[in-house]
Design a protein around this ligand. Structure first.
Ligand code: PMP
Length: 403
């Protein structure tokens, strides 16, 4: 029966990891992964996470029962506090519905299914050009066609704010607009607060539905508040704006494989939240029944305890600090070796990635000649770069540019 099943193309990012694993070269460098590595190039389990896991292992009361479909109440409440701020008007007014889900991706898929059923029929989902590749899988699979809005200006290596606002203005009234809350993947270019205000105005005027994808809170600036500023601006708008946020704890708590995250739907009035929650539960029930418990238990303990929270914040700052140091070192190395071009964007881009501006053929050259793996859009993970590889990368980049 499956003889006619065509083979699907490999995922560009996960496929790259497979190629990397198979590469026998001792020089190989993986700058494709979106996961933090220490300066010794090792995966990092946060100290606070490790301690909590040890306590959980020693606790004879730990059980592995099913969670409710919508997840643990305390996890849901505290994750909403983290993203909106504990005293947010939308929370006080009980207008936010929070569903614990499977990291950022699962939360996106749930909200996509929900919107496909209950938002305006025929709605398009506007995504930035470029964006995280999986957006183009998630929304159409849920029945929401995607359309791109201008986001990045290649020539200036920065946000194309005018293009973005123009395209959002021209999108059909009431479109779903996907926005990266901070540390835009892959470009590392975010609107500033004044520009976010402009985006908010066009979203309101055109009655669009903002959907914030929040995968890097804390990772961009080291501050949870600052990285949530755009979300909080939208959520505090008056009169209230209906919107949604998908929140991931993969990067900021290093819980990638544990799949911890939440979907928050902000409603215009408290009266509708009960029905909205009931429908989100229907979606989750049919898709995976209930979310995983282990990672969410860890996150809940961190969010609940001010001392553990402070420790977490310090560790997030260590991670984001190392990434920023890699930016400085790479920028300096590119200047020192005289790589042609202006590399200021390596310094100014925000978050885990640097959108280098290298072409697809230059990326391929780096892989074949230097065993340096990155996505073909020229995105390198600064979190995968280590001090001992900076010079090697800079020299390889110089060769690729001159080649
Ligand atoms: N959105 C963006 C923009 C991302 O970069 C990622 C992670 N690469 C995600 C969502 C989802 O990640 P996860 O499902 O692991 O939380």
């Amino acid at each position: 029966v499956f003889a006619s099943v065509p083979e699907a193309p490999q995922d560009p990012i996960l496929g790259l990891n497979e190629l990397f694993r198979e590469d026998p070269s001792p020089h190989k460098v993986n700058l494709g992964v979106g996961a933090y590595r220490t300066d010794e190039n090792r995966p990092y389990v946060l100290g606070v996470v490790k301690r909590i896991e040890q306590e959980m292992a020693a606790d004879t009361a730990t059980v592995h029962e099913y969670l409710p479909i919508e997840g643990w109440p305390e996890f849901r409440r505290l994750s909403a506090h983290l993203v909106f701020g504990a005293d947010a008007p939308a929370l006080r007014e009980e207008r936010v519905v929070t569903l614990q889900s499977l990291s950022g991706t699962g939360s996106l898929r749930v909200v996509a299914e929900f919107l496909a059923h209950f938002y305006r029929p025929g709605t398009v989902c506007c995504i930035p050009q470029p964006t995280w590749g999986n957006h183009k899988n998630i929304f159409p699979r849920a029945g929401l066609p995607v359309r791109e809005y201008r986001y990045y200006d290649d020539a200036n290596r920065g946000l194309d704010y005018d293009g973005m606002v123009e395209d959002l203005e021209a999108a059909p009234t009431g479109s779903i607009v996907v926005l990266h809350a901070c540390a835009h993947n892959p470009t590392g270019a975010d609107p500033d607060m004044q520009q976010w205000q402009g985006v908010l105005e066009v979203v309101r005027r055109r009655r669009h539905f903002p959907l914030f994808d929040c995968a890097y809170q804390g990772f961009a600036s080291g501050s949870f508040e600052r990285d949530a500023a755009a979300i909080r601006l939208f959520a505090a708008a008056t009169p209230p704006l209906e919107m949604a946020v998908t929140q991931s704890f993969a990067k900021n708590m290093g819980l990638y494989g544990e799949r911890v995250g939440a979907l928050h739907v902000v409603c215009a009035e408290a009266a509708v939240t009960r029905a909205v929650m009931s429908q989100l539960k229907q979606v989750a029930r049919a898709m995976y029944s209930s979310p995983p418990g282990h990672g969410a238990a860890i996150v809940t303990r961190v969010l609940r305890d001010p001392a553990l929270f402070a420790e977490w914040e310090t560790e997030v700052q260590v991670m984001s600090g190392r990434i920023m140091r890699m930016r400085r070192e790479l920028h300096q190395a590119l200047q020192e070796n005289g790589t042609p071009g202006n590399w200021g964007h390596v310094l100014t881009q925000i978050g885990m990635f640097s959108f280098t501006g290298l072409s697809a053929s230059q990326c391929l050259y780096l892989r074949e000649r230097y065993y340096i793996y990155m996505t073909s859009n020229g995105r390198i993970s600064m979190a995968g770069l280590t001090s001992d590889k900076v010079r090697y990368l800079a020299d390889a980049m110089k060769d690729a540019v001159l080649h």
